[in-house]
Design a protein around this ligand. Structure first.
Ligand SMILES: [Zn+2]
Length: 282
């Protein structure tokens, strides 16, 4: 009897452990409402949470939020202001409205898919794709066409998609207050480094990163009055068009995992202790 029970029990135990880990992994994504209390970013962009998040209105002058079912349109008031102000500027410049993607989950924290950051309500993704004409119903915004500005073989900018509108969009965002940095694909940075004349100071804010060819990512500074928000280290003061950019062109391409390989483990950073209260608050 014992001989039979031990493996059974062991199997059951390992299953229980597995289930508990899975439950923990899903927590931040399954809480559907923000926590009460004043807005506070706690921790770092890639390992933190957000108390008292506010929602981006799902549409407004010059923009619409896409993929709303992900429930990642929550953030700090400063990022909501940034997005709505940018959208108004872009509309005033005569451009079609913007697609706004993920900001963060209702209480921030790690997301089960998509990105490592966006955890403290100060990151947001803005897509390069536009939808000219009338705004569509939220249900029609779940799976829009989202073209890349970079050619499929990663050999340079796709000039059938890239236009002056993108330059104006990036420059407008880069020159706004509260912006720490923006992440863009190396080819986008390279194109702007080679074509920008006159004032080049804004180029500094465009930091190359993997991907970011279909959208760019804005990251704002920790707002005043958020003592638990951990700022990111600064980066060079120049336009970033020299060695910092060249280094990206020497990196080996990321090779996709072989077919049948186990899916990568979800990113589970260690969060500040204060985030537990944010997660559990009712
Ligand atoms: Zn992002």
């Amino acid at each position: 009897m014992m001989r039979l029970l031990v493996p059974l029990l062991a199997g059951f135990l390992s299953m229980a452990v597995q289930m508990a880990t899975q439950a923990a992994a899903q927590d931040w994504a399954t809480v559907t409402t923000p926590s009460p209390g004043p807005t506070q970013s706690i921790g770092f962009y890639t390992a933190g949470c957000l108390q008292g998040a506010v929602a981006l209105p799902l549409e407004g002058p010059g923009y619409e939020a896409i993929r709303i079912s992900r429930n990642r349109y929550w953030g700090q008031p400063v990022i909501v202001d940034f997005i709505t102000t940018l959208a108004e500027k872009i509309r005033a410049a005569g451009q079609p409205h913007l697609y706004i993607g993920d900001i963060g989950q209702p209480r921030g924290g790690p997301a089960p898919s998509g990105h490592a950051s966006h955890q403290v309500g100060l990151d947001a993704d803005i897509w390069f794709e536009r939808q000219p004409g009338a705004r569509r119903a939220p249900t029609d915004r779940e799976n829009p066409r989202l073209r890349s500005l970079v050619r499929g073989d990663d050999s340079g900018i796709d000039d059938t998609v890239f236009s002056q509108q993108h330059v104006t969009l990036l420059r407008t965002a880069a020159e706004m207050p509260h912006l720490d940095r923006m992440f863009v694909n190396k080819w986008i940075k390279e194109r702007l480094c080679h074509t920008t004349t006159g004032n080049r100071a804004w180029l500094r804010k465009l930091v190359p990163w993997y991907g970011h060819d279909e959208h760019f990512h804005i990251r704002l500074y920790c707002p005043p009055g958020n003592p638990q928000c951990q700022p990111q280290a600064s980066y060079p003061d120049d336009d970033g068009c020299g060695e910092a950019l060249d280094a990206w062109f020497r990196k080996a391409p990321i090779t996709p995992p072989p077919p049948g390989a186990p899916p990568p483990k979800p990113y589970r950073p260690k969060l500040p202790t204060a985030c537990q209260a944010v997660l559990q608050a009712r």
